[in-house]
Design a binder for this molecule. Structure first.
Ligand SMILES: [Zn+2]
Length: 274
């Protein structure tokens, strides 16, 4: 079994956390203590913690994410979520400066916010991220809210940004699912674009088993299309997926043996300064 880094974890310990129904479906308490013990049991050495959405489609404050990480005994590292306003960008950059070395990247919620990745409002964020060598993660693909905007969440929107920001490391979250081939094209085309395989499936649907089989074929094919597994990253989108199901999904990918460690561990260490 390879070492594991999970690049996409959510947690807040708040009642209004919109991901709570996923936790409940898995029988999880969804608190820090439980998360750390699940990481331990599943050989997950480190994880990146991202703010979950609240039920009103605002976000849990980054301050709470920093606080949970500081209580994690060095297992969780913060990624700051940046909303599309000049004030939010300024505040995030200031927080990242104050917590230099701790903060490992940024996240933009395409689809949940009506923004495109190359909107001018994010320029100062990208300048800072580039200068510090920190990646920016982008939610792409399906959204958990029925009134979110798929037009904004389509992964191909990232092409325009990657064209003009060749030294910004970009992570396409959820492989743009269902636009997995589009995400693979971005990874293939741009030296600085990576994709995480988090949050691709939930539980309980009638065809869950068949769907996971179908997805493992599509993700394997996307890796073949990109030409290597060097820019694909393991993530759970916890509590959307459990460690058990996410790791068993990776086991279904049809890859050469040496690529499992890349996807589960070593690629993450290249992208995120951990
Ligand atoms: Zn997520």
């Amino acid at each position: 079994m390879s070492r594991v880094i999970d690049v996409h974890i959510h947690l807040s310990e708040l009642r209004g956390d919109a991901l709570r129904p996923f936790a409940e479906a898995h029988g999880l308490r969804y608190d820090l203590k439980e998360l750390l013990s699940l990481m331990e049991e599943n050989g997950v050495e480190a994880g990146l913690l991202l703010s979950p959405p609240l039920r009103d489609n605002t976000i849990v404050r980054n301050r709470r994410v920093l606080d949970l990480c500081s209580r994690s005994r060095g297992r969780l590292f913060p990624v700051l979520t940046v909303e599309p306003s000049a004030a939010a960008v300024r505040e995030c950059v200031a927080t990242a400066r104050r917590n230099r070395g701790e903060v490992k990247g940024f996240k933009v919620r395409l689809g949940y916010v009506p923004s495109f990745p190359d909107d001018a409002v994010f320029s100062a964020l990208y300048d800072f991220a580039e200068s510090e060598g920190l990646p920016v993660m982008f939610h792409t693909g399906d959204t958990s809210l029925p009134n979110a905007s798929l037009r904004h969440a389509h992964p191909l929107n990232l092409d325009a940004l990657a064209n003009v920001r060749s030294s910004l490391n970009i992570v396409v979250c959820h492989m743009g699912n269902p636009w997995i081939e589009d995400a693979a094209e971005l990874v293939y085309k741009h030296r600085n674009v990576y994709a995480d395989i988090s949050g691709l499936f939930a539980v309980g649907a009638k065809y869950s088993k068949e769907y996971v089989e179908y997805l493992s074929g599509r993700v394997s094919n996307a890796i073949y299309f990109a030409g290597s597994a060097e820019k694909f990253l393991f993530g759970t989108d916890y509590p959307v997926e459990t460690y058990q199901s996410a790791l068993s999904f990776v086991g279904k990918l049809k890859l050469h043996e040496d690529d499992f460690d890349r996807v589960l561990y070593s690629n993450a260490r290249k992208v995120f300064p951990i």
